[in-house]
Design a binder for this molecule. Structure first.
Ligand code: CO
Length: 219
């Protein structure tokens, strides 16, 4: 890792502007037009999980919300505003919740006590840990167990997205984004798609029957 000191930040900004203008003289003229991103991504605040870099996205391409352990909390007005705006005004095509291995928020949820405010924030993950304790207690290495909990957590948060009134309204309207859960494997750099079990959600009535009929492969 290179050592990025504070003075260097603004210098880097200057050279970034020069690079953009060299390749695209109208870059900032275009960037200042209204945004129309196709993706909303919800990730962990962890500095090692820079969403746009991982998928080589440019400014304007991804609407982003980040918090510790990529939580989708139905009382979180910040997240709900981002969600409503992206679905009902930007008409984004895909919502991706991105969890990651080696997540400090997940480890804090397992350790449980004396974590300060983070302890409150990740208490839903602590509940998930106990809900899946039978499976998780079979994994002897603590970091591997936490990585499995990261997978369980990201799937749960994708389900929470689906349960929000914003998405339920969108499903009824017939114009809705697809929901995905990914894990960023921090040991290899790979993004790994998780199975959110859409068939079961359709059966429960949480996803519409038309969920797969809508062909968005080109989106
Ligand atoms: Co994290």
């Amino acid at each position: 890792m290179k050592d990025l000191n504070f003075q260097k930040l603004l210098k880097n900004n200057h050279s970034w502007i020069q690079e953009k203008l060299k390749n695209y003289p109208d870059y900032f003229e275009k960037l200042s037009r209204p945004q129309s991103p196709r993706f909303l991504m919800i990730g962990c605040s962890d500095s090692r999980v820079p969403i746009t870099s991982l998928v080589k996205a440019e400014p304007g391409e991804i609407f982003i919300h980040r918090n510790i352990a990529n939580q989708v909390n139905l009382n979180d007005i910040n997240l709900l505003s981002v969600l409503e705006y992206s679905v009902e005004h930007l008409y984004i095509k895909h919502i991706v919740v991105i969890g990651h291995y080696n997540c400090g928020g997940i480890a804090a949820a397992v350790d449980g006590v004396n974590q300060g405010l983070i302890e409150n924030w990740v208490s839903p993950v602590n509940e998930l840990y106990f809900k899946h304790i039978d499976e998780l207690s079979l994994i002897k290495e603590k970091n591997k167990m936490c990585d499995r909990l990261s997978e369980i957590n990201v799937i749960e948060q994708a389900h929470n997205i689906i349960k929000t009134p914003v998405l339920q309204r969108a499903f009824k309207s017939g114009n809705f984004p697809k929901i995905h859960a990914w894990i960023f494997d921090i040991y290899t750099g790979k993004l790994i798609q998780q199975n959110i079990n859409e068939e079961e959600l359709i059966e429960k009535g949480l996803l519409p029957d038309s969920y797969f009929k809508f062909n968005n492969s080109k989106n």
